[in-house]
Design a protein around this ligand. Sequence first.
Ligand code: C5P
Length: 288
Amino acid sequence: MKMSIKAPAKINLSLDVLYKREDGYHEVEMVMATIDLSDRLYLELLDSDEIILDVKAHFIPEDRRNLIYQAAMLLKDKFHINKGVRITVDKHIPVSAGLAGGSSDAAAALKGLNILWGLNLSTEELAEISGAIGSDIAFCIYGGTALATGRGEIIQPLKRMPSCWIVVAKPSISVSTPSVYKELNLQEVQHPNTTLMLDGIETGDLDKICQATGNVLESVTLQKNDAVKQIKEKMQAFGADAALMSGSGPSVFAIVKQYSRAKRICNGLRGFCDEVYLVRPWSEKSEE
Ligand code: C5P
């Protein structure tokens, strides 16, 4: 038995941190949306008791360090599975970018293995289990648009994001999420208006959504990395309706109503930034 499944990237339309918790994590309030920029996983059932991972990209581990491997092991141990799987991954989402590429791959593996190994787990059960290997995986299991709270693993699905264009740019630097959280000074940040964002999503009002964008982690990553700041400024100068860093960075995205402007932003960034993508929010058509 073989199957293939898409693993879309996410952006944070808003990312607020409320406080640092006793367990070391931060209590967050994030509105997230999947976009039509995806990896693809191919899963093949093996009768032998092995997990074989083949990632078609450089610098990505194919062993226990990979979240896909951890996802498969988690289900195997929890449900005493004695079958195996070969998972081949076509990577398109930039790596270590703040776009949840690794988390989305793990979510797709959990969803695929749920079918392949006949586990019949619900979306809620899969999301709950995923918390053991990462905070962002639960959102990726739901996909679409959602409010994520707790350490990011409590998901409340929302209406789809209204139609628009999204330009994603990833500078060629890497950012460590734990260090960004560690360096965050909550006294200094400007908190995004999550209530306004939720209202914008509920009413399908793109102007409100653009107005409510905000990411407290920018206060750390933008200050330390000039390239990230410059990309955001260029997006704004070229006519973005909103421009924001995603997650802990370093990717920045622009929300744009008009295709011609979105193209202008892409063209303006080329030469300055190697990885630039013009995509749309995830829709039913994106499943194909
Ligand atoms: O859960 P995940 O492994 O993706 O988180 C990576 C790191 O990011 C954590 O070890 C922690 O340092 C930081 N983090 C946090 N608060 C969150 C999510 C992540 O401090 N809500």
